[in-house]
Design a protein around this ligand. Structure first.
Ligand code: ADP
Ligand code: MG
Length: 679
């Protein structure tokens, strides 16, 4: 067995791990020995220091040595048994619910000294420990630091610790993959030492250097994977395409506004890539409403004039349709544009597939459906992916393979993220930023309102409608749910219908396609004034006439998600507003969170605040695959290690000889099997 093969083996090969235990681990997403040994203790509980009773801290886990003075066993149902203990500084009560007297007498014998460790509470003027689990006459048995893993049903701490020790026992010594320079920065800790120390609670407070080594490996491997995708992407020679610079002016005339300087710069960067002989792999990043779509369509037009096809992929059908319509509006019949989604009818679909293959279609708009195996393009020259955060690096890689060697790729995202995240998620791409918004935009007024004051909101909406404006009303859930106390869109729809009659429409994920289209069309044509919906309207859809968005139970959303939702309004020249509703029971902390939104319209600022509050794993509130990008690294906390890894990946790229020594690292860390072999 190769030394890494052991590490990547299924945990069931370990002694003591039978089927039942293995399946419990698997429920925790621990499949291999590698998963197991990288599962960090969630905390270390320090019971090693003794405290005098008078110095106890309420709420902390602490250790005391006391004399057992007196039993108080009331023998009534529900009343707990008590044991009064003391040291020379004060008294402490041990409280026992549902425990036999015999057991209590055994662990706390009268007039004997015992050492107890547990969480300290304070009740009616007395320190208490309830149902103490760590009690012994032998101090040394208690005064330890315990590793504590996040448990799953049926795996005790003891078993967890034993299984890990078993896994570590046979851990092979791995050859070093890091360069000496980096090792020096990481206190020369080897991977093996780091893993061993991760599970050793002793002197845990100084152990940062061990975990840092592991965090660094995780970051560097991600960067190497990114770099590898990029190299593979660019290494093939591309036929340069020709740019017609006058196209921008023509489009401006048709759309009736001037492009912003940032939009023009973005187009120029894209042009630079398109006419070079390296394939473009570029991310166009800019806050909601900054005008990315038009930039991508101008690029698309150039590609089509070079006799290539364009594929434009969106995360939702609604969005795909909107882009398709926008394109048709601007370019009329000069090009052949089509729409293809998962719901396109079979007959129509066949025609579309055929026409893609024989190049009758110049540009196709659609969802993921565009990249199924069956779909063949005759001559694909550009892939555009909108609202990138819904697609992972793995999908990007597949996609880039689809295009063939003359195909450029442009990815667009409205997710403002800190630089460390950017390096991680998009490290394989070149990046263009659009920082400014079109000048005609007015700032969106943001209000927070207690749901009790819904009448005020209704009056506000009435005024908007009288001014011929339109309103979004967003609710977190589709159906009324007993479990979750969210307002459902259906209930709210019925409520609003009583007031506004047929001016209200309802849209959510389970409404069928025809109905959905009808509703959206009615909203676009201004027949419906209020559109009640779940977050299906979240990404990208453009309704310039909508000037107000009401978000119910707004605290249930992430800040970045709220910012995205708010970006659905304020797209035209009119003054727009966003009303964040909350229930009166909302905590002060949650209200403060909403205030961040009130105080700022800056997506980057909001994203950072969001990250601080929620952690990076749930950046947009889209709990999708459930798998975080990293097991150990955190782009906010470990910024220094990210910067070190960035320096290292540049060094690696610059003298790209010795990549094979990272093969082991990649074998272990490339969970999605993106890289086969580094050479
Ligand atoms: P996003 O970057 O969020 O995808 P869109 O491309 O959907 O934004 O653009 C939002 C709105 O702004 C659209 O209605 C679009 O027509 C308009 N828009 C785009 N660029 C400009 C501009 N330079 N001046 C005025 N309006 C613009
Ligand atoms: Mg968009």
């Amino acid at each position: 067995m190769n030394n890494y093969e052991y590490i990547l083996s299924d945990i069931s090969i370990l002694k003591g791990v039978g089927n039942s235990l293995a399946s419990k681990f698997k429920r925790k997403n621990i499949h291999t020995i590698f998963d197991l040994i990288l599962s960090t203790p969630s905390k270390y509980i320090d019971r090693s220091t003794e405290t005098k009773i008078k110095d106890l801290h309420i709420g902390k886990i602490q250790t005391v040595t006391v004399l057992v003075d007196k039993y108080n066993f009331p023998r009534f149902r529900n009343l707990p048994n008590k044991v009064i203990c003391s040291d020379n500084s004060g008294n402490l009560e041990c409280i026992f619910f549902n425990s036999y007297e015999g057991y209590i007498k055994k662990i706390l014998p009268l007039n004997k000294l015992v050492t107890i460790s547990g969480k300290i509470t304070f009740f009616r003027g007395k320190y208490q420990i309830t149902n103490p689990t760590h009690v012994s006459a032998d101090k040394n048995k208690i005064k330890k630091i315990h590793s504590n893993y996040k448990l799953t049903d049926g795996i005790s701490d003891n078993i967890y610790n034993k299984t890990i020790q078993e896994a570590l026992r046979k851990l092979p010594k791995l050859d070093e993959w890091l360069s000496q320079n980096v090792l020096n920065e990481l206190n020369n800790v080897s991977w093996n030492d780091a893993i061993k120390h991760l599970h050793k609670p002793k002197n845990y407070s100084q152990d940062k250097k061990y975990i840092n080594r592991l965090i660094f490996d995780e970051i560097l491997s991600t960067f190497i994977i990114n770099s590898n995708i990029r190299r593979n992407f660019k290494k093939k020679y591309k036929l340069p395409k020709i740019i017609d610079y006058s196209l921008t002016d023509n489009v401006e005339k048709k759309i009736g506004f001037k492009l912003t300087q940032d939009q023009i710069n973005a187009i120029n960067q894209i042009y630079f890539d398109i006419k070079s002989n390296e394939r473009m792999f570029r991310l166009l990043q800019g806050d909601v409403g900054c005008g990315k779509t038009i930039v991508s369509l101008i690029a698309a037009q150039n590609i089509i004039l070079n006799k290539y096809q364009v594929a434009f992929m969106s995360p939702t059908e609604i969005l795909a349709k909107q882009h398709y319509k926008l394109f048709s509006k601007i370019f009329g019949n000069s090009f052949c544009a089509e729409l293809l989604t998962g719901k396109t009818e079979l007959k129509k679909r066949k025609v579309v597939l055929l026409n893609l293959k024989n190049k009758k279609i110049d540009i196709i708009f659609g969802t993921h459906a565009l990249f199924q195996k069956k779909i063949e393009f005759k001559k694909l020259g550009l892939i555009i992916i909108d609202e990138q955060h819904k697609f992972g690096v793995n999908q990007r890689k597949k996609l880039s393979e689809k295009g063939g060697s003359n195909c450029d790729v442009l990815v667009m995202s409205a997710t403002p993220i800190p630089r460390t995240m950017m390096m991680t998620l998009y490290g394989d791409m070149d990046i263009t930023l659009i920082k400014s918004k079109p000048k005609n935009r007015k700032e969106i007024y943001t209000y927070t309102k207690d749901i009790n004051k819904i009448d005020v909101v209704i009056n506000f909406i009435k005024k908007e409608i009288n001014n011929n404006n339109q309103v979004f009303w967003v609710c977190p859930l589709i159906e009324k749910s007993k479990k979750l106390d969210h307002q459902s869109s259906i209930v709210r729809y019925e409520y609003l219908k009583k007031i506004f009659k047929d001016k209200v429409g309802l849209l959510h994920g389970s409404i069928n396609k025809d109905k959905k289209d009808e509703i959206l069309n009615n909203f676009l044509n201004n027949k419906i004034k209020i559109l009640v919906s779940t977050t299906v309207i979240e990404v990208g859809i453009d309704f310039p006439n909508a000037t107000c968005i009401v978000i119910e139970d707004s605290n249930k959303f992430g800040l970045s998600q709220l910012h995205q939702l708010r970006g659905r309004v304020g797209r035209g020249e009119k003054q727009s507003s966003c009303i964040l509703l909350y229930k009166s029971s909302l905590s002060e902390k949650a209200k403060k969170r909403l205030k961040i939104l009130k105080s700022s319209n800056d997506g980057f600022f909001i994203a950072e605040e969001d990250l601080k509050l929620r952690g990076y794993g749930d950046l947009l509130g889209f709990q999708q695959s459930g798998q975080k990008t990293f097991r150990l690294a955190d782009p906010i906390i470990n910024e220094d290690l990210f910067l070190l890894a960035e320096k290292e990946i540049k060094a690696i790229e610059n003298n790209n000889k010795n990549l094979s020594k990272y093969n082991l690292l990649i074998k272990l860390y490339d969970r999605a099997n993106i890289v086969n072999e580094l050479i």
